[in-house]
Write a protein of this length. Sequence first.
Length: 343
Amino acid sequence: MNPLIWATMTTTLLISSIITMSSNHWLLAWFGLELNTLSILPMIMKQHHPRATEATTKYFLIQVIAATMILLASTTNAWQTGQWSITHSTPTTTLIITMAIMLKLGAAPTYMWYPHVLQGVTMNTALLISTWQKLAPLALLYMIHNHLNHTTMLALGLLSATIGGLAGLNQTQTRTIMAFSSIAHMGWLITAITLNPSLTTLTMMTYMMMTTATFMPLATTSKNMVDIGASWSLSPTTLTTSMIMLMSLGGLPPLTGFMPKWLILKEMTSTGLPLLATLLLMMSLPSLFFYIRLAYLTMLTVAPTTTNSEHKWRFKAHSKYTTQMIMASVLLLPMTTVLYTTT
């Protein structure tokens, strides 16, 4: 892709998300979401591969349906209340918008498109869809959280965590595993935004940091579980830290990934929802299981070093920020109190 076009699309992607996050008018928020969708489509299809074309078509159709639902709900809300303000919504409008945002986020029960789209794109594009593309819909959800139906939201959060954990158990493709991991994390995010919106910021920041640190090392080496073991000869350090990152992504203490789950469970028990907290915690165990299985199989299938060059791994260009992201994604648990009070 031409560098000028690439820069234009990237800038438009950033600006569209910022427009949605800073808007107070439904039409402006809808415009930002549409601009966001149109700017990422060329990035998805730049492979010129049938799978990329299929992923682009699926992503476009799903995002258009969700944006149409938001436009319908906002128009109905303006007709009923006489204003376009996001913070003034009727219960019916809020329900339609909630389902549209769940569709955009790839959360349950509207999650089926998400693994298929991620499987058809490159790892870097999958990282973009899994992180940056979540910000604008979550910002909308954040702005209308006063009108949300708590029972519905908690049920959706538990359903997402359940499906994300159980459906990922029989997967072998790395991007599909990360897709179901993202669905499970969306369940925790939805629960957090229902109980304590300020906790959502910390949860989303931690999720984006851990996902980025997991995708970066895997971007050049692996497409499925067996390929990951073959990266040992390229960079033993990268493979080792990637396995630790998977444990953090699953929420295993004492790694950083345990921090948001810990705080969300604390919030749920103090709110008087111990049963839901127990169910949510139990449903995170399948996710942890397939992360541990991924690490275990990788250690079992370490390929022999058959490279002619002794230091072949030095010529593999990883991002210069990979090390910092991995360190932060593993060692931030002692900073829980500071991060919780400042976000």
